[in-house]
Design a protein. Structure first.
Length: 437
């Protein structure tokens, strides 16, 4: 899961980085140089329940790489709340890590800075070939028609996680398949200090992910074919209102969730305070908080009617983590060796199994470990009913502008202020104006 602070300097940072040749650093077609062949700096994203957990997971694997190649990797696990701003600062200064993780939704935005190594056929061949990777994962690694700006590392999708004990106590026999069923079940579950559904109202990325999917179901993309924002379309407004209404109208989300931004909804779920949550690969977090696999279940995210699929039955964005290389690395060959190591079948199986994600490498994805019921939901969602967020250069600005508008609407709902079609449209119109400045 990704969380992003509002980044007021995103537009300026991208504009500066795109116009400064120094941020690329290298003169060769592959970028970078090989002046420091024995060390690499790696910014990893926080994938596990804590920074320390990630260090424990990754350190032994980095040691394996050092033993195999003689190249030492200096690891820093960067919280999602800081990662995008750290990367943008690095693209403008030229002082960044050799290798880093990025949220796949940032791919086109960071690609536009020119600071990342393009994954040409030659570079893909150096790590075993582009055809090793699932097509949808590569498609979310940069703008269409350009060499990807990164390589898929972990693939993710959203699922509806539900607490089996809470459902049994409420007399609910199966997870909801439609939004009407979710609301009806949520009302049965929202009593005696407990709530039907959890949310992260102050988490800008999560706001975008949920409203994007609902937008797809309402026939809205948030951008037109020319990449211009269409935040105030009827479908976009209806999608955002539907999401906020879970708290404002349906009363199945606790008002306090408006302030959540650090996975508190998962803690509430693990403690039995909420019965359902929409999340990406939550298994490791549930385990860290004392839940057993038999305590919870996973089902496809609901749709308005019918079954998940394409078009208006999209029920997840194509989520995932990509691995990028800064063009100004002093060890481009070592960086590519490290990417090859991290995307090898062995590491893909081990790391994705540990994090509860799905390997974007085809041969690793076929492993029996990824046939568990919850992972099968994620795998099938990615294959059949997930859509990528808009691959536009200002996607990160979109997350900030619209994510903040949704955050403000959550605050209105929590405070008991009316959330109407008009108030939703006004917030989105303000976000659109911010994007167009």
């Amino acid at each position: 899961m990704r969380t992003i602070r509002a980044a007021a300097a995103v537009t300026l940072a991208i504009a500066i980085a795109a116009g400064v040749t120094g941020c690329g650093g290298g003169s060769s077609a592959s970028g970078g140089s090989n002046d420091s062949p024995k060390t690499l700096t790696y910014w990893a994203s926080n994938q596990g329940p804590s920074i320390e957990a990630d260090k424990k997971i990754l350190t032994p694997e980095l040691k394996k790489f050092e033993e195999q190649t003689g190249i030492k990797v200096k690891l820093e696990v960067v919280p999602w709340a800081d990662l995008l701003n750290r990367i943008l600062a690095a693209t403008t200064s030229g002082q960044g890590p050799d290798v880093l993780n990025i949220g796949n939704t940032w791919s086109a935005s960071l690609q536009a800075t020119g600071a990342l190594l393009p994954w040409s056929k030659e570079n893909f061949d150096a790590i075993g070939g582009r055809d090793r990777f699932v097509d949808s994962a590569v498609a979310s690694a940069g703008a269409e028609g350009q060499d990807p700006s990164a390589v898929p590392l972990y693939s993710l999708a959203y699922a509806l996680y539900y607490n089996k004990k809470s459902f049994a106590e409420a007399g609910i026999e199966k997870p909801p398949a439609t939004w009407d069923e979710l609301v009806a079940d949520g009302k049965k579950l929202s009593k005696n200090g407990k709530w039907g559904l959890g949310a992260e109202g102050a988490n800008l990325s999560n706001n975008i992910h949920q409203t994007f999917v609902l937008g797809q179901q309402h026939g809205a993309d948030f951008f037109d074919a020319d990449g211009k924002p269409t935040f105030t379309s009827d479908g976009a407004v209806a999608a955002v209102k539907q999401y906020i209404d879970f708290m404002a109208k349906d009363k199945i989300i606790a008002p306090g969730n408006a302030e959540y931004a650090q996975n508190q909804s998962l803690t509430d779920f693990a403690k039995g305070k909420t019965a359902m949550v929409l999340w990406q690969a939550a298994a490791s977090t549930f385990a860290s908080q004392g839940m057993k696999p038999e305590d919870w279940g996973a089902a496809p995210v609901p749709v308005a009617s019918g079954t998940p699929g394409a078009g208006k039955n999209v029920n997840s964005m194509v989520a995932g983590i990509n691995m990028a290389v800064f063009k100004n690395t002093k060890n481009v060959d070592g960086a590519k060796k490290f990417v090859k190591f991290m995307t090898s079948d062995a590491e893909q199986k081990l790391l994705n199994k540990t994090y509860g994600s799905i390997p974007p490498v085809k041969t690793a994805q076929a492993d029996e470990a990824f046939s568990a019921p919850d992972l099968a939901v994620l795998r099938d969602t990615l294959a059949k009913s997930a859509a990528p967020l808009p691959q536009v250069p200002n996607e990160s600005q979109f997350e900030t502008a619209v994510g903040t508008a949704v955050k403000e609407l959550w605050a209105d709902a929590a405070a008991g202020r009316p959330v109407t079609t008009e108030s939703v449209k006004a917030r989105l119109e303000k976000a659109q104006q911010t994007m167009q400045q």
